[in-house]
Write a protein that binds this ligand. Structure first.
Ligand code: ADP
Ligand code: MG
Length: 290
């Protein structure tokens, strides 16, 4: 049976927008050692905006933009949605790709007007022209996510996007550290971008270029090294890691259905402030129960 203290903590949590799926998690929370955050949509707002669009080959800007818009309009990734918004002005020129393939964690591949197109993270294209990789590096150092556009084997363009760090993120990381917890960040983004954002919020344990299964093995590793791990995420790609963590926490507002279903605990208003609160709640309950 559920102890009165646990019950009261659950209802107390609900009033603050924290949804517990069972009382069992509360006790787990009391001896958490690590809080691992996903980056996109969790530490950041998850609504990237295009900041730069560069064309490398002799090709009309609008023509390239129309191709990119046509292809990305079939992808659901937040990056794709931002690119589609940016390319909107060329919409009369869009046509449907004849084939489209999502490459999880990397980008998309499509057949469009007889050419093979790939749009995705720079690493997908192997070693590149020195000048292009310098531009990429510079933008990534500013915390931007860069995607390249390739047309039948040639990189023809670059799109940079910036996502806003949640205003409360930095203070929350600091509070968690003061509570003696280790704080980590896990992301599918490239290393330079990941480190720039991590620095902005004060996280020094950073894992970049993570596929969903990498997030799982990192959570397992953190559990072995430090103890109980709280994982906070929003995306479909976070769900397996949320399931692996001692406690999975999903962002309730922006979160995908899969993340909500998998998590043990849901932050109803995407309010990161609730994380340190929840951990304190766990400790209080443990003191009362013991
Ligand atoms: P995360 O949400 O943590 O960044 P993802 O696995 O969703 O992780 O994506 C990893 C990277 O793959 C993105 O940062 C982006 O560079 C690239 N990517 C994924 N989907 C697309 C897409 N539709 N268009 C362009 N790039 C993409
Ligand atoms: Mg995310």
């Amino acid at each position: 049976s559920i102890m009165p203290a646990v019950l009261s903590a659950i209802s107390n949590g609900a009033r603050k927008g924290i949804l517990f799926k069972s009382g069992y998690q509360l006790e787990m929370l009391s001896d958490a050692r690590v809080v691992a955050f996903d980056k996109t949509g969790t530490l950041t707002q998850g609504k990237p905006k295009v900041t730069d669009f560069l064309v490398f080959q002799e090709m009309a800007r609008d023509e390239l933009l129309a191709a990119v818009g046509s292809i990305e309009s079939l992808s659901e990734h937040p990056i794709a949605q931002a690119i589609v918004r940016f390319a909107q002005k060329t919409k009369e020129k869009w046509s449907r790709p004849s084939e489209l393939q999502a490459i999880t964690g990397w980008g998309v591949k499509a057949k469009y007007q007889g050419e093979i197109w790939r749009i995705g993270k720079p690493k997908m294209f192997g070693n590149m022209d020195g000048e292009i990789s310098q531009v990429v590096e510079k933008m990534e150092q500013e915390g931007k996510t860069v995607v390249l556009v390739e047309k039948t084997g040639k990189v023809v363009g670059l799109i940079a996007l910036q996502d806003t760090v949640r205003p409360e993120a930095k203070a929350i990381v600091q509070q968690l550290k003061q509570m003696g917890l280790k704080v980590a960040m896990l992301t599918g983004d490239q290393q330079v971008t990941a480190e720039a954002i991590a620095k902005e919020v004060g996280i020094d344990l950073v894992y970049s270029d993570c596929l969903p299964e990498d997030k799982v093995s990192i959570v397992k590793d953190l559990r072995e090294r430090f103890g109980k791990v709280v994982m906070v995420g929003d995306g479909v790609n976070d769900a397996p890691a949320l399931a692996t963590a001692s406690i999975g926490v999903a962002m309730g507002g922006a979160g995908s259905d899969v993340a909500l279903e998998t998590a043990d605990l849901v932050l109803m208003n995407d309010d990161l402030d609730r994380i340190p609160q929840v951990l304190r709640l766990g400790k209080r309950v443990q003191r009362i129960v013991k």
